[in-house]
Design a protein around this ligand. Structure first.
Ligand code: CDP
Length: 217
């Protein structure tokens, strides 16, 4: 039976771990749309594409030789045969990704690919990102906006980065990226029919349960 779950939210809201776990519990595929923006950014940087040249970025999006897996237990992101799974999480890509994500025509190209992956899953998938509830899969069976207050989001991001970073620097970076992203996609308030879950005071397991409650109701 078809089951599409769309989960959006800002950086540090717990989207990725929660989405992966929800996919496992229901035996669904998992689509990390953010990884696609990161892979495109990596490729642009690798090939020396000027990120401020909108047309060049769109051309790169069209030509992007991407192989992305949808197994929640195995992240697989290959660009032109190179395994970029680790590099796309690095600071270089993270700092540059908003330049790509704020390009509407490049977004359209990636959204079409995301919709193909959803179709390829037999529409049994958890899709996660910033615009899956509104643009990629507005027809999803369950649509969730996962939020968390700034304090919780910074704490989670800090842990992911190994706790080595200065707290104020981290805040400036994360809030700055979210602000740039929010200029093209509104993921700060829930669209019609989208259920908001605030994970600030919840553990991952409690958040997973809250999502499951929305899916089964
Ligand atoms: O690391 P974080 O969870 O904040 O982000 P991500 O899900 O890995 O996405 C990385 C970047 O891709 C975001 O900062 C956005 O610029 C962009 N993105 C987007 O524009 N639309 C999506 N559906 C997913 C990601």
């Amino acid at each position: 039976r078809q089951l599409v779950v769309a989960i959006d939210g800002p950086s540090g809201s717990g989207k990725s771990s929660v989405s992966r776990e929800v996919a496992r519990r229901f035996g669904l595929a998992y689509l990390d749309t953010g990884a696609m923006y990161r892979a495109l950014t990596w490729w642009c940087l690798d090939r020396g594409v000027d990120l401020s040249d909108g047309d060049a970025v769109v051309e790169a999006a069209r030509a992007l030789p991407l192989a992305q897996g949808t197994d929640p237990d195995r992240e697989l992101v290959f660009v032109g045969g190179a395994d970029v799974g680790a590099e796309i999480r690095g600071a270089r890509v993270t700092e540059a990704v908003s330049a790509v994500a704020t390009n509407p025509a490049a977004r359209a190209v990636l959204v079409a690919r995301q919709q193909e992956l959803i179709a390829d899953s037999g529409r049994r998938i958890v899709a996660e990102g910033r615009d899956t509830t509104t643009v990629v899969a507005p027809d999803a069976d369950a649509r969730i906006l996962l939020t968390a207050d700034e304090r919780a989001r910074m704490a989670r991001r800090g842990l992911q980065n190994g706790g080595v970073e200065d707290a104020e620097q981290l805040r400036a970076r994360v809030v700055g990226r979210d602000a740039k992203d929010a200029t093209v996609v509104n993921f700060t308030e829930a669209a019609d029919g989208v259920v908001t879950i605030d994970s600030s005071e919840l553990t991952v397991e409690q958040t997973v349960q809250a999502v499951i409650d929305v899916v089964v109701r």
